[in-house]
Ligand binder design. Sequence first.
Ligand code: 8YV
Length: 321
Amino acid sequence: MQPVDLLLLKPMQPSVMDALARSFTLHRADTAPDRDRFYAEIGPRIRGMATGAQAPVDADLIARLPNLEIVASFGVGYDTIDTKAAAARGIVVTNTPDVLTDEVADLALGLLLATVRQIPQADRYLRAGHWPKSPYQLTATLRGRTVGILGLGRIGRAIARRLEGFGVSIAYHGRRPQDDVGYAYHSSLLGLAHAADVLMVVAPGGPETNGLVGAEVLAALGPDGILINVARGSVIDEPALVAALQAGTIHSAGLDVFAREPHVPADLAALDHVVLLPHVGSASVHTRETMGRLVVDNLSHWFGGNGPLTPVPETPWAGQA
Ligand code: 8YV
């Protein structure tokens, strides 16, 4: 049997490329000299796609692939994939949930501690040789804080479980209260921001959450407030955040994600009271390898006739019970 033709918009990590190349015929869109010609020639042969969050899969692209059956995405968030256009054609989209939950939750806690206690700043201070002259300045504290979690999904819950060990109060906002947790529920984000002095953003990206954390929410968080974002940059109104940080209407921020990655606004990078990371939430060797295996396994299962392993809810497939 002929191997299935698979489209890649960009190269993926070497272990994934090797595993895919063993089972599929790979076609790279990014190295094609003439994109239109590439899609005209190769498009009809493509039955599967492996992709990551950096390359959007929009309705136009989907339309160029008339025999596409599955899009296997590397990552839990799939806001760059037009799942509506995929569902309309019966195309299954898969993501990589669960396997990165603990890794991202660990990073979120690290980022929170780094931001409150100024760990990177203190490191910079030591390396600059300032310590012999005077001790590092005293910092804010996590003691006595209420952490408000925006989005109590899998990762939000893993963060909350870790926070329990830190002795802070935990509250959350989401579409609905969840019966099996004892944390305080707020039916509005503004209510949560008033009640909390740390806002931990873990909500998915996409049109529904675009700019959700704006000037009003930041003002409600208050001058001691700390914003942590490990979700998507789009959830935050970035110019409003920069303005709040510059004016001191919030205390600080720890950000792993940005609105236009890998570009970080110069105004943000110029501030010393923020901790900025280059989207590394899931980026350990262990977790990225596990995510990569799940991408490959989703494709192998599908083309082996066994259905997808981790389809997203927006794209039910014909064989689903
Ligand atoms: C990855 C992520 O950085 O899973 C996600 O949604 O944002 C990260 O784990 C990204 O998807 C890698 O391309």
